[in-house]
Design a protein around this ligand. Sequence first.
Ligand code: SF4
Length: 329
Amino acid sequence: MLTDSYGRVATDLRVSLTDRCNLRCSYCMPPEGLDWLPSPDLLTDDELGRLVRIGVELLGITEVRYTGGEPLLRRGLPGIVARTAALAPRPEISLTTNGIGLARLAPALREAGLDRINVSLDTLDQATFRTLAKRDRLDDVLAGLAAAADAGLVPIKVNAVLMRGVNEKEAVPLLRYCLEHGYQLRFIEQMPLDAQHGWRREDMVTADEILDSLCAEFTLVPDDPRARGSAPAETFLVDGGPARVGVIGSVTRPFCGSCDRVRLTADGQIRNCLFARQESNLRDPMRAGAADGELARIWQRAVASKLPGHGINDPGFLQPARPMSAIGG
Ligand code: SF4
């Protein structure tokens, strides 16, 4: 088991398959992109498959979420998913993507064993999309969502980040769109994880503000908090349901007390928290011939040292050096 000193057990593994991306969302990276991780440092498909197997077979991981950067850019993705689906006990397999290329890949990913999908969508306006992501790809994202639904990758969750002065007026249109298409929308508070280290609390649209704008148009009834478990999103029935909307108040309504997440980066480092300032290296001991048991022990020690929370609201908070694009959602 991957237990920390607060009694939390990590069962949800988030795996970053690449730090590269084909969008330049301003809350994540600068328009010119970043110096990508050197290829020799990246885990091969075999190395990645081995570590995920160790997590599932030896350490009690029951959910595997593939992320990035943009995971659809990873050439061997369907094979990676199929290998994960063949594990026993079979974990639930999901993917977080910006949707670019999903229209082409959705059937193959479903066939390989992908269960469900999260797609990032921060606006329905072409011009705002260009401003936010520095690319003209909104239609590709919407086509990707439709293809995921056709392929049966349900429930489809849509993740939206609102930024003051950019897209904060999009909360209601985004919810209307998702209600019409049967997508589960969740708003995520912008977090201090951008590569530029430009995050400012006053620019963040808070959970309260998001709910206020939604309540102007919809009747929202909170779900029983006991039903939430370790899920990041607080959910609300919309206009009597059954449709719901979620809010992930990472900064103003932290949920670290019930966290069950652990992360593996594309270059083989274990992060026991999104905001961890230390990492544990699995890649190099693995390449040096370490046995499964030894790698599992390194992993257990990494989780055992997990802090109680992200510390964003603490006076001495320091943003991690590794940017969001190299950690994953
Ligand atoms: S910030 Fe860290 S501890 Fe808190 S919920 Fe996220 S991963 Fe878990």
